[in-house]
Design a protein around this ligand. Structure first.
Ligand code: UDP
Ligand code: MG
Length: 227
């Protein structure tokens, strides 16, 4: 196809764009407000199903402290203010981490023959990130959505703040994070709800109860997918 036609088709999304990972790779986004229990439940799912668990927040914190990073200051400010780091930074970090994991050529459940399964925790937090990730990196199979009340989340975050050393586990930052969640992240969840991809789990109850519900939902999901 002549280049110009190619470009127009691409702009109009008429062509199927080649993303980095194909359907051999299962991607589950894990969302929910700050303190909803995403990280805790992801750790359990790693044990159950041999997922690779990538927390966007953890990757950003690692990048913030990486010597020579040009984004250290920017990331620190965004995290403290509860705002969202420009998507290019986060999407690249995720893509790099996924590529590195696939290059390990793991074997066993879900990982043989170039397949892989990822839990992407705390991402996408904003619609533009979701679009960029799905276009450039790969498609999401499903979204696990942990829900509980703001009171419960606040209490958990303040408790965690006693030992986490996180710069955003304090009342001021938490309030800002709640606002960002409501304004930017809820539309992402609504978007995936329309696509029928959201699995909503009440995370107000004990870790064990939430885990059992999550585990059976994920087992169902994986039994119906290719990876
Ligand atoms: N963050 C971001 N983009 C992302 C994920 C996280 O900018 O895609 C930033 C944002 O400032 C957020 C902070 O990292 O408030 C902490 O995110 P994390 O997922 O660690 O918080 P959690 O939801 O687990 O409490
Ligand atoms: Mg987390």
């Amino acid at each position: 196809m002549p280049v110009i036609v190619d470009k127009i088709a691409d702009a109009l999304h008429l062509q199927s764009h080649k993303s980095t990972f194909d359907s051999n790779v299962t991607v589950i986004f894990v969302l929910g407000g700050p303190g909803a229990g995403k990280g805790t439940q992801c750790a359990r799912l790693v044990e159950d199903f041999a997922f690779c668990h990538l927390s966007a927040g953890d990757l950003l914190r690692a990048e913030q402290h990486r010597e020579g990073s040009e984004y250290g200051q920017l990331i620190q400010t965004c995290i403290k203010e509860g705002t969202i780091v420009p998507m290019e930074v986060t999407v690249k970090l995720l893509e790099k981490a996924m590529t590195a994991t696939l290059e390990e050529h793991k074997s066993g459940d879900g990982w043989a023959d170039g397949r892989g399964r990822f839990l992407i925790d705390g991402f996408p937090r904003k619609m533009d990130q979701a679009e960029m990730f799905e276009h450039d990196v790969g498609k999401a199979t499903a979204v696990l959505f942990f829900t509980t009340t703001q009171e419960v989340m606040l209490e958990r975050l303040l408790e965690r703040g006693k030992t986490s050393g996180r710069e955003d586990d304090n009342v001021e930052s938490i309030k800002k994070r709640f606002n960002t969640y409501k304004d930017q992240t809820m539309p992402v969840i609504k978007h995936y709800e329309k696509l029928g991809k959201v699995i909503e789990i009440d995370s107000s109850v004990s870790i064990e109860e939430v885990h059992q519900k999550t585990k059976s939902a994920v087992a169902n999901l994986l039994s119906g997918s290719t990876a």
